[in-house]
Design a protein around this ligand. Structure first.
Ligand code: PEP
Ligand code: MN
Length: 369
């Protein structure tokens, strides 16, 4: 059960203390208080854990200061959608809105290799009206002998260049909690020219200690990639780890599943799950066509597979696209074969706009019927 308090009610108010002392008197009930940044103010929510079936919704609603009470199903308590659930399906970060109702494109480098590549990428983004990107500094690689990313050494120039080209949010994978501190420190030292969305990669979807530490901080939103070899339910529970620790600014990322059945794509594309995740949870849903397809193969219609799967996801209501580009894919240190070229960015964005408009038309069609 979730008790959502009125905007003016918080820990110091009499209304809160009254409810709290009532809840404390209930046997076998534990409480967890979450503070959620709303559009204008911080909202307080009390999550009740334990034998809540015996509690009366009406009684909880009757306390002064209570806005609404939601009875949650067991699954995905914080991020899930429950009956009569009016909690938001959006958040904003550094001036960018993330929502189940909009779409953000994060085109960028799989791995940061040089300041020149970063600058060429960001310049192209600005010229094409984009304010988000992806930049991998910490790269989890299959082989220990492969390039592991420049790590904290590249952060100062990545952040400074982001400021120069007015990039507001950079998706950046972290594989250890110390990386979060390094990012925070580099942002402070460069005067916070941009924002960072922490990315948990598919290899770490069930790294519970990493999830807990990233969930405990609320400065950075999180993009959680679906685990490539586990069920959707297990990946959604992983997202719940972040939220249960306090960070509800979570985007859920689909990136294909590891199975040879998906060949010749690198992974079995799972974008049919975009509307499924939107139905089950309040998270915006991201798709990663580059790591799903893994190549620049094109079909007989002259459209790249990467673009085709992007289109399928956007037409089905995807909310974020994380996609690899590189100024010179031949020399990219990671995943060059799947990278789009900077000259392809306008085409890519135009195709995405066509697909988004088609989704909006589809949505209107079903709303009126
Ligand atoms: C990436 O986005 O750079 C990446 C490594 O993705 P994934 O974790 O989905 O393999
Ligand atoms: Mn990659």
């Amino acid at each position: 059960m979730i008790i959502i308090l009125k905007p003016y009610v918080h820990g110091e108010t009499r209304e809160f203390q009254r409810i709290e002392s009532h809840l404390k008197s209930l046997p076998n009930i534990e409480t967890r208080v979450h503070h959620v940044q709303g559009a204008e103010q911080v909202l307080t929510e009390i999550y009740l854990i334990g034998n809540t079936a015996a509690l009366s919704l009406e009684e909880m609603k009757s306390f002064p200061g209570v806005e609404t009470v939601v009875r949650v199903s067991e699954e995905y308590r914080v991020l899930g959608r429950h009956k009569n659930d009016t909690r938001p399906n959006h958040f904003s970060y550094n001036g960018v809105e993330f929502s189940q109702d909009n779409l953000n494109v994060f085109a960028g480098l799989c791995a940061v290799d040089s300041p020149e590549s970063v600058e060429a990428m960001m310049k192209a983004l600005k010229e094409n009206g984009q304010n988000c990107t992806r930049m991998g500094a910490y790269k989890p690689r299959t082989s220990p002998y492969s390039f592991q990313g420049h790590g904290k050494n590249c952060l100062p120039y990545v952040f400074e260049l982001a400021g120069k080209y007015e990039i507001k949010v950079i998706a950046m994978e972290v594989t250890h909690e110390s990386h979060v501190e390094e990012i925070r420190q580099a942002l402070d030292e460069t005067g916070k020219p941009t924002g960072v969305m922490l990315q948990i990669g598919t290899r770490n979807t069930q790294n519970f200690e990493l999830l807990k530490s990233v969930g405990r901080q609320q400065e950075f939103p999180v993009l959680l990639k679906r685990g490539f070899g586990i069920t959707l339910d297990e990946s959604l529970h992983a997202a719940e780890y972040l939220a249960s620790e306090g960070n509800q600014k979570v985007v859920f990322g689909l990136r294909g599943m590891k199975t040879n059945i998906g060949d010749p794509h690198r992974n079995m594309v799972d974008f049919a799950h975009v509307p499924v995740v939107k139905r089950l949870t309040r998270m915006p849903v991201c798709i990663d066509p580059s790591h799903s397809v893994g190549s620049r193969f094109r079909s007989s219609d002259n459209i790249l597979d990467v673009m085709h799967v992007t289109a399928q996801a956007v037409v089905a209501g995807a909310n974020m696209i994380l996609v690899d580009f590189h100024p010179n894919p031949k020399v990219a240190l990671v995943d060059g074969p799947q990278a789009l070229r900077l000259e392809e960015l306008p085409l890519f964005l135009e195709d995405v706009a066509i697909c988004r408009a088609a989704y909006e038309k589809r949505r209107a069609l079903y709303q009126n019927n």
